[in-house]
Design a protein around this ligand. Structure first.
Ligand SMILES: C[S@@+](CC[C@H](N)C(=O)[O-])C[C@H]1O[C@@H](n2cnc3c(N)ncnc32)[C@H](O)[C@@H]1O
Length: 315
């Protein structure tokens, strides 16, 4: 790495963005820690855009998702012995909403007025995600779909397995299986993920706010496919990288598109749930500064490696 790159990458520095809207920023600051503790360290009104992909606290996707917890180690993606997708506990939605209200309030403090937050959500939890952010003080402006065409694994389950475990005669089981042939749990093949578009309330009109903070108006010249940008964004899922074992990596191209739409070069992008660093990479590639917070140091290490690779490629 050259000296200029070292200046650019300030891993684990104090979280002081201290920006005025007219001052272009170039730093990338990756921080290991719980965003509930780290977000308050960011200067108030110093971030122009948040792009983030929080954990849903479902199917084992919490901070210990790769390791299992305590005395009940579990395989990745399974909770309490149930396969992924079978744990439909309404409490999880309420917990997610409360968590998003708490973290949303901290994100709101960091954003300048009129700044946007694009927050990924599993489709069936998007209402909880939006309600949590709204209760934190954001205005909910839209819902987007990240659409992908690859054949995803359908999560629906056949009934045979349950019938086999029933206390019934072989004949009754056979009849039940015939009756339920073709029936599965109600999950279609997933082809999109939701993104909630939230905005910090503006100061004055859209026009006033833009002149003050350079936020709140979008650049509709930005395109993914040569057409005007729309609420459905088709980008294929990234290939699993040899050095990136993170389970939910987002495509850099999609995050770049969001960053271009909702911020300007030299502005500061924040991701409080950075994972393997996709937002930091997209921010750097689009000429924005980035603050990324991630609780799992393994993932911060992956993010650093990905950024260093990117900087080496640029040389
Ligand atoms: C869905 S993943 C983000 C993946 C990311 N978009 C990428 O492309 O790699 C969510 C991340 O949030 C992290 N996380 C969970 N709770 C956190 C917290 N309280 N503070 C910071 N990070 C947290 C998890 O470790 C996980 O890596």
């Amino acid at each position: 790495m050259t000296d200029s790159h070292r200046v650019l990458l300030e891993f684990d520095q104090a979280l002081t963005a201290a920006v005025r809207p007219e001052t272009p920023q170039v730093f990338i600051n990756l921080v290991t820690g719980d965003c509930i503790e780290k977000l308050p360290e960011i200067d108030a009104e110093s971030v122009h855009l948040i792009v983030t992909d929080p954990p849903y606290y479902l199917d084992g996707l919490d901070t210990d998702w790769r390791k299992g917890t305590g005395e009940t180690p579990r395989a990745t993606g399974a909770v309490g012995g149930l396969p992924v997708g079978m744990k439909f506990d309404p409490k999880q939605g309420r917990d997610l909403q409360a968590f998003m209200e708490q973290t949303g309030a901290l994100m709101l403090d960091a954003l300048v007025p009129g700044g946007f937050a694009v927050v990924f959500s599993q489709p069936r939890l998007a209402h909880r995600m939006a309600a949590g952010l709204e209760d934190a003080g954001f205005e909910i402006r839209d819902l987007f779909a990240w659409h992908f065409t690859q054949r995803a694994q359908p999560k629906a389950f056949r009934m045979e397995h349950f019938i086999d475990r029933m206390d019934k005669s072989p004949m009754e089981k056979k009849q039940l299986k015939r009756q339920l042939r073709g029936r599965r749990t109600p999950q279609l093949r997933p082809q999109f993920e939701a993104m909630v578009l939230a905005q910090k309330p503006r100061q004055g009109t859209f026009f006033d706010n833009y002149l003050l903070y350079r936020t709140g108006l979008i650049d509709t010249g930005v395109t993914l496919d040569g057409k005007a940008p729309s609420t459905v964004m088709t980008v294929e899922k990234p290939q699993k990288g040899k050095n990136n074992g993170h389970m939910t990596v987002k495509p850099v191209r999609l995050i770049e598109h969001l960053i271009r739409l909702f911020s300007e070069p030299g502005q500061v992008v924040l991701d409080p749930f950075l994972g393997s660093g996709t937002t930091a990479i997209a921010a750097h590639r689009t000429g924005r500064a980035c603050i990324g917070i991630e609780i799992n140091s393994d993932y911060i290490n992956i993010a650093e490696e990905r950024l260093e690779e990117l900087l080496q490629e640029a040389q």
